[in-house]
Design a protein around this ligand. Structure first.
Ligand code: SF4
Ligand code: SF4
Length: 453
């Protein structure tokens, strides 16, 4: 029996790259590495223009608070430290490195010297922190901090291999081509948490990967393969936990609050690479697809590689480009320009033409069919939320629990009236959060300066 959740939608998968082996991209002439690729503080550069750097060398560190160090993904010379637009539109400082083509590895990169059995939880956390690993499914939360905050609360780890967004096949290929890295990464995490059992969860549209994992894990009492029904958004943490455990994750709570910790498959592989080889997170698998790209592929790409370089590596464009999306078409982010770069959270880059993008060009009209309500995995009423949000009625949005929306886009996708529901909801959530932040700042200010209040 395949595990599943309430609501959700069945989408055209467009997984044209499912049989495309992961190919290592020829290193680009230069990379532009953002000093923030994760949730938390921005890293501070520890190199300067003109410095020669080695591949894997630390080039940015976190001085205070939550965050991950940043490493050079190629060897070469630092040519600039400059601000650029990130995928989310924020200005972020980047370290630009001209690749010298020598692939000279930093002498700091060496395997962890002890066996896993002799390695403590604190040591595992430090290996993961030093390797700069953050969630590679798109959430980009620093992995060391996720482990720290969940210690003592978790009874099972779930490796998330749902990969439910259309087009993306990076995790699927990883499971087929290097399942050991995922399994070994999970074992390292289980050691850190002191767990004896955990699960790898895969949607049933990846039967070859399920078979591969089951063959590798024959007789294992520690790691179980769980088959999920193929349905969007099965990869959302809440839906995944509900599908496997029946536990509902309340809004504002973390998976550890219901005894679970969820890690992406490629994050597990990165943890294994850090432990076994001392290799920091400097490259990742990216699915390159969309109706504009000549040769859709799965590429292993150095972090900081530009979308333009990737486009050329895939044969260029075969029709006029309307939009580039970083991530999947449902929850990914439209890009500002072709000079965006691959970061730790970039699972896919999709190049779309006008034809693929004309879905919302008809005037939106709600015909009260209720499909969005049936599709919503969070049991919300997206039609009402869209109406309130479009009219600026934030109080009503809050009453109808808008903050619980996980922005999966299932409602918009299933809407025959082409109502851009999730866009309305996202805007309303942003305004509500801005208002709350302003209220909190005003309160803090009045407490510090009571005479002004
Ligand atoms: S309301 Fe939010 S959670 Fe529900 S389907 Fe729409 S985007 Fe997904
Ligand atoms: S799916 Fe679209 S048309 Fe149907 S009720 Fe929801 S918003 Fe209205």
């Amino acid at each position: 029996m395949a595990f599943t959740f309430h609501g959700g939608i069945h989408i055209d998968e467009h997984k044209t790259t499912r049989r495309c082996l992961v190919e290592t991209m020829p290193p680009p002439k230069s990379v532009s590495i953002p000093l923030s690729q994760h949730i938390g503080a921005h890293a501070v550069p520890v190199v300067k223009v003109g410095d020669t750097v080695d591949k894997g060398q630390v080039i940015g560190v976190i001085e205070k608070g939550l965050g991950c160090p940043v490493h050079a993904s190629v060897s070469g010379k630092v040519t600039a430290i400059t601000e650029k637009n990130a995928a989310n539109g924020m200005k972020i400082r980047n370290i630009v490195i001209a690749n010298d083509g020598e692939e000279r590895l930093s002498p700091d990169i060496k395997p962890w010297g002890k066996s896993l059995a002799d390695t403590t939880t604190e040591e595992i956390i430090e290996i993961i922190r030093a390797a700069g690993i953050s969630g590679m499914g798109g959430a980009t939360f620093p992995t060391y901090a996720k482990i720290q905050s969940a210690l003592g609360k978790v009874e099972r780890i779930i490796v998330n291999c749902a990969e439910c967004e259309p087009y993306i096949t990076a995790n699927h290929r990883l499971l087929l081509e290097n399942p050991e890295a995922v399994i070994n990464g999970l074992k390292i995490l289980m050691k850190a948490f002191g767990l004896r059992e955990s699960e790898i969860a895969v949607e049933d549209n990846k039967l070859d990967a399920i078979n591969k994992l089951e063959n590798r894990l024959v007789g294992s009492k520690m790691i179980h393969v769980r088959v999920l029904k193929t349905k969007y958004p099965q990869g959302d943490e809440r839906q995944l936990i509900y599908a496997l455990t029946g536990r509902e994750l309340p809004v504002g709570k973390l998976p550890a609050d219901v005894g679970c910790c969820v890690f992406n498959a490629e994050t597990c592989a990165a943890i294994f690479n850090a432990f076994a080889e001392g290799m920091p997170l400097i490259e990742r698998i990216v699915t390159v697809d969309g109706d504009c790209i000549k040769r859709p592929r799965n590429l292993l790409v150095p972090l900081g590689t530009s979308f333009t370089d990737i486009m050329h590596c895939c044969g260029g464009l075969i029709r006029s480009l309307k939009k580039i999306v970083s991530g999947g078409p449902m929850m990914g982010v439209s890009q500002w320009d072709k000079d965006g770069v691959v970061t730790k959270g970039t699972s896919a880059i999709l190049f779309f033409s006008e034809k693929a993008e004309n879905r919302y060009e008809q005037p939106p009209t709600c015909i009260r069919c209720g499909r969005c309500v049936r599709a919503c995995p969070m049991r919300l009423m997206p039609n009402y939320l869209a109406t309130f949000a479009s009219q600026g009625k934030l109080e009503q949005c809050e009453e109808f629990d808008v903050i619980a929306c996980v922005e999966c886009g299932s409602c918009s996708y299933s809407c025959p009236g082409h109502v851009p529901i999730v866009q309305y909801i996202r805007a309303a959530k942003g305004q509500i959060n801005d208002r709350k932040r302003a209220q909190a700042a005003a309160l803090a200010n009045s407490q510090v300066n009571p005479e002004k209040g």
